[in-house]
Design a protein around this ligand. Structure first.
Ligand code: MEV
Length: 443
């Protein structure tokens, strides 16, 4: 039934004529009326924050304001011998603390060793109705050099920076709608994320290729499965540091370092064997990766899509990390993840907060940015496995979660900490309980 055309059930219509032409304040007034918002709620939508009205309006359509997320910095990240303060923007408690703690615990063994491939993105062009896909493949492959030069005429600046189209490859693809010709370009986008450059090259090349093969050009777009742009990180957590880490954090949880390593390996093996667990395992990795991307004005949807597609590339959805025990019984972790981020262009330049975050992060290139993301992903995953395999995840979440619950129950000022700590002591972090405690406190 859901596929049948239905008459609108409500009297309210969201078909605002020329909504896009209106000023943000007018749009906000319409939204307010549509949803019956009070003044305070409308004010929360019409906030321009650090972005400012003019910039925000230039970024997306139908703008009424901006939204805010907490911004924090993860500490202790030692990557290839260099220290980084890493910006995280997200709403989830414990993520920043977990990353900082994981980075701290591997510092004694040198922190993270990372590397990143050249920034090569793949652009795809689809051609249909070619007389023979096989003959078309031959023709395109024979014209590769000419096509590469044509692509590079699109982006002289990128070529001057040492980037540009490196190769062009054609292949026939069997699909549900018949055989197609797929032409791919491999473009070194240097310090950019690269979508605009690659899409422009695809659009530029497609008409000539269509003529060459006697077919029709259809889709011309970047692939977010960035298999030519992989970042890798490795870190060692010493068993003795793992053993000492609970007491150092004020916990009375006790296990030998060897046992903690074994438990983490069991946790990883669960993800390696089971897609339902692997999905959550990788979600934990992306908690950190996405948060850094959001803070730095990156296309985190591209990172997400690429990471999960890469996790499925073998045909079986798998963890993006691997953990092993070293000869000495310490824990060693690895990650390999496709990265598609830039330090030039896009919101990384136009968004003042993103610009400032990138300045604090201080990466010298897109590749170094990729290395930081790999380190963050590995740190986040280590922290989640360590918590899950030992004390459980709730303990870490509780303190901040309890503060949020206290605020939701109406606590203000000093009351927040007081209610939060009593909620944790009572092992019952619920709004009802927080209200009860608040009443007690207020006498
Ligand atoms: C929660 O946001 C992330 C975790 O579920 C990750 C994991 O299970 O590995 C804790």
């Amino acid at each position: 039934m859901i596929f049948m055309a239905e008459k609108p059930s409500s009297k309210k219509s969201s078909a605002f004529p020329e909504f896009y032409k209106k000023a943000p304040a007018e749009r906000l007034a319409l939204v307010k009326e549509f949803a019956g918002l009070n003044d305070e709620e409308a004010k929360a939508l019409g906030n321009w924050g650090a972005l400012g009205e003019a910039t925000a309006k230039g970024m997306i359509e139908n703008t009424v304001g901006t939204t805010a997320l907490p911004l924090g910095f993860a500490t202790n990240f030692l990557i290839n011998g260099k220290d980084f303060l890493v910006p995280f923007a997200l709403e989830e408690p414990s993520v920043v603390a977990a990353a900082s703690n994981a980075a701290k615990l591997c510092r004694p063994s040198g922190g993270f060793r990372c590397e990143c491939d050249d920034s090569v993105m793949i652009g795809q062009m689809q051609f249909v109705n070619a007389r023979s896909a096989l003959a078309a493949v031959k023709k395109v492959n024979a014209a590769r050099d000419k096509l590469r030069v044509m692509a590079n005429e699109c982006d002289k600046t990128m070529c001057e920076r040492g980037g540009g189209c490196r190769d062009v490859r054609a292949r026939a693809l069997e699909t549900q709608r018949g055989e197609m010709l797929i032409v791919e370009i491999f473009v070194d986008v240097r310090d950019a994320m690269g979508a605009n450059a690659v899409n422009s090259m695809c659009e530029r090349l497609a008409p000539g290729i269509a003529e060459l093969v006697g077919g029709e050009a259809r889709l011309r777009i970047i692939s977010n499965l960035a298999t030519r742009r992989l970042a890798r990180a490795k870190a060692v957590w010493k068993a003795r540091d793992l053993e000492a880490s609970f007491a150092a954090a004020g916990s009375d949880f006790k296990l030998s370092g060897k046992e903690i390593v074994e438990r983490i390996l069991d946790g990883w093996a669960f993800a390696a064997a089971d897609a339902h667990r692997a999905c959550t395992h990788n979600k934990g990795i992306m908690n950190g990766v996405d948060a850094v991307c959001v803070a730095c004005g990156q296309d985190w949807r591209a990172m997400e899509a690429g990471a999960h597609a890469y996790a499925s590339l073998s045909g079986k959805y798998s963890p993006l990390t691997r953990f092993e025990a070293t000869d000495k019984g310490d824990l060693v972790g690895f990650i390999e993840i496709p990265v598609q981020v830039g330090i030039v262009g896009g919101a990384s330049r136009t968004h003042p907060t993103a610009r400032a975050c990138l300045k604090v992060l201080g990466v010298a290139s897109g590749r170094e940015f990729g290395e930081v993301l790999a380190a963050v992903g590995l740190a986040q995953n280590f922290a989640a496995l360590r918590a899950l395999a030992t004390e459980g995840i709730n303990k870490g979440h509780m303190a901040l979660h309890a503060r949020n619950i206290a605020i939701l129950a109406g606590a203000a000022g000093d009351e927040i900490e007081l209610v939060a700590s009593r909620l944790v002591d009572a092992k019952c972090v619920k709004v009802d309980k927080a209200r009860e405690l608040l009443e007690q406190i207020r006498g």
